[in-house]
Design a protein around this ligand. Structure first.
Ligand SMILES: *Cc1c(COP(=O)(O)O)cnc(C)c1O
Length: 426
């Protein structure tokens, strides 16, 4: 399987090369040259297979035969899918896919674990420096996934005062090959610094840079797996007809992986992109115009993205056709007040505790769902990760103190030179 560049169809690289490069040098994103199809019978009988067998089958098709042999791939899949990913039935039509049972309590553990293990295989010859900009959860998952991986050093940029103490702890408590850098700026500033570094050829040569944001194919593609695992569980409980899936979205990596699963043959009727006040995609669905804007801070801060980077991949998968995109994806946007109110009322009604991201997902699902459909929303993080918000809705939610005293972070201004001086240093 070749991977092509969304901004230069003539550039073709292997999965291995796409993973090492992260972003293409002209700023394009890598996508599979063609989307492989799964055998219909295989999908029809999916409940016969173990999660690891499903993971192996799907990733083998996406990666192709090069880059990883069967033993390597199976080991990576087993280490990636090493925790529960349960579908919980909440009411007649509503189900939740709990993606927060991994080590850092957010869905990004799946992609980060897969990618780190791929890079460990691919970086045997030279040291790779992974750069990552985060609004919180990516940094945690990447730090945990890459901790102690030989031949890989990780530099994480996070915006000052905009991540929770729990997230800061997860990024800055490990040390070793993981460096946490706090930037006096916003998430968009962090992302701009990292993007500039990837365009800097001299820097790339010197440090062999790679990205662990969802722009990296090795992080993005394995996220398709949990849509298959969700389908298997819905099928086992007799709820697999007319499935509508709502995805709390920020950079749109998660939903892109779902769209990919659907294109591979998974019978999903429709997707719903749930936005908070950062509603660039929602506006696009309404008007057909793509207008990025600065991000604004909300309670669901992992979705505070004004210029979602995976949009180019969505455009590519749908041949730049607005109408076909609109047919497959609906979108809704919700304010912090609506989010909090939902967390409060849903807990009263069902005892289920939503984190603010999941709450936006549920609101969007309920706005869209028709009578005969089966709804699934993704709970992308554990409520514990966002407890300062959860407690506003559910006052008796118990809070754990986080001790940051043994953590190590470097503080820098929003400045390119200051940033690149941190790369490759212990
Ligand atoms: C990263 C994240 C999101 C957004 O996912 P994208 O793939 O960037 O759209 C949503 N919720 C949580 C909790 C996250 O960590």
């Amino acid at each position: 399987m070749n991977y092509i560049n969304t901004k230069d169809a003539n550039e073709k690289v292997s999965f291995r090369q796409a993973t090492i490069n992260g972003l293409a040098s002209n700023g394009g994103l890598y996508v599979p040259q063609n989307i492989p199809s799964l055998d219909e019978k295989w999908i029809d009988e999916i409940e016969k297979y173990t999660n690891h067998e499903i993971g192996f089958q799907v990733m083998r098709l996406l990666i192709g035969q090069e880059s990883l042999n069967d033993i390597q791939l199976m080991k990576i899949v087993e280490e990636t899918l090493a925790f529960d990913i349960p579908v919980v039935n909440l009411s007649d039509q509503i189900n939740v896919l709990e993606l927060f049972h991994g080590p850092t309590l957010a869905f990004k553990d799946v992609g980060a674990r897969f990618m780190s293990r791929c890079l460990a295989e691919f970086s045997a010859e030279e040291e790779v420096n992974v750069l990552v900009a985060t609004s919180g959860d990516t940094g945690s998952a990447v730090a945990n996934g890459f901790f102690g991986v030989d031949g890989v050093k990780v530099t994480i940029l996070f915006p000052k005062g905009k991540v929770s103490s729990f997230q800061e702890f997860q990024m800055s408590s490990l040390g070793n090959n993981i460096k946490a850098v706090e930037v006096d700026g916003t998430f968009d500033d962090c992302q701009s610094l990292v993007k500039r570094a990837f365009r800097d050829e001299a820097l790339n040569k010197k440090y062999s840079l790679s990205s662990a944001n969802s722009i990296n194919v090795a992080r993005l593609l394995p996220q398709a797996l949990y849509y298959f695992l969700a389908f298997k569980q819905l099928k086992l409980s007799g709820r697999s007809e007319q499935i509508v899936i709502s995805v709390p979205s920020g950079n749109f990596g998660n939903i892109t992986a779902g769209l990919l699963a659907k294109k591979m043959g998974l019978p999903i009727k429709r997707f719903v992109a749930a936005n908070n006040a950062n509603d660039t995609f929602y506006q696009y669905i309404q008007t057909g115009n793509w207008e990025t804007k600065p991000s604004v801070q909300t309670y669901s801060n992992a979705m505070d993205v004004g210029a979602p980077s995976n949009f180019d991949r969505i455009l590519h998968f749908y041949d730049n056709d607005y109408d076909s995109i609109r047919q497959e994806i609906s979108s809704f946007t919700f304010s912090d007040e609506e989010t909090l109110e939902k967390m409060k009322s849903y807990h009263k009604q069902t005892q289920y505790i939503l984190d603010p991201h999941g709450a936006v997902g549920l609101l969007a699902l309920e706005s869209h769902l028709r009578e005969y459909e089966n709804g699934l929303f993704l709970a992308t993080a554990h409520p514990k990760k966002f407890e300062s918000i959860v407690i506003k809705a559910i006052p008796d939610y118990s809070i754990q103190e986080v001790d940051l005293s043994d953590c190590q972070k470097t503080i820098i201004a929003n400045d390119y030179e200051a940033f690149i001086n941190q790369i490759g240093t212990p």
